[in-house]
Design a binder for this molecule. Sequence first.
Ligand code: GDP
Ligand code: MG
Length: 178
Amino acid sequence: SESSSNCYRVVLIGEHGVGKSSLANIFAGVHDSIDSDCEVLGEDTYERTLMVDGESATIILLDMWDNKREGEWIREHCMQVGDAYLIVYSITDRASFEKASELRIQLRRARQKEDIPIILVGNKSDLVRCREVSVAEGRACAVVFDCKFIETSAAVQHNVKELFEGIVRQVRLRRDSK
Ligand code: GDP
Ligand code: MG
């Protein structure tokens, strides 16, 4: 609908420990004393309005993928409700990179006829000496996935702002081409 056209539900998915909650916390502005724009809607849901390319966009960020307490249904729920997805792996953990491919396939299956914006996120880029997945591999994987790619570091806050701006741009590209 028109009223919700600038509000996007973005879902974080990926293996446990790759840094999803750390990225969500930066989004929420936990480390950011000046900007208190974020509303915490629940323990794992955050809302924030960003200015991207001169146009405001509200992101509702869901970080509930690892919520075991709620059971398996929550993952099915996550697969259904996103307007966009951040598939996160750790560059220090090849298994998490392989898991990202699995998740991409699951997502495609769950949302067959939709062209959903996705960014493949290689997090922990600060841990250069523990790297198990090269930038080239990440990029090549994103080409196969037909999605965008970025490496981030939640620890040193590198490319995190760019990540959230990027997902807004991806959603808009699809909206504008309709
Ligand atoms: P989640 O299970 O995907 O939500 O991952 P968390 O956000 O809980 O992070 C798991 C662990 O990795 C924590 O100890 C974080 O401090 C650490 N971590 C997360 N992001 C980074 C990063 O970019 N660099 C480094 N060095 N550690 C990170
Ligand atoms: Mg977490």
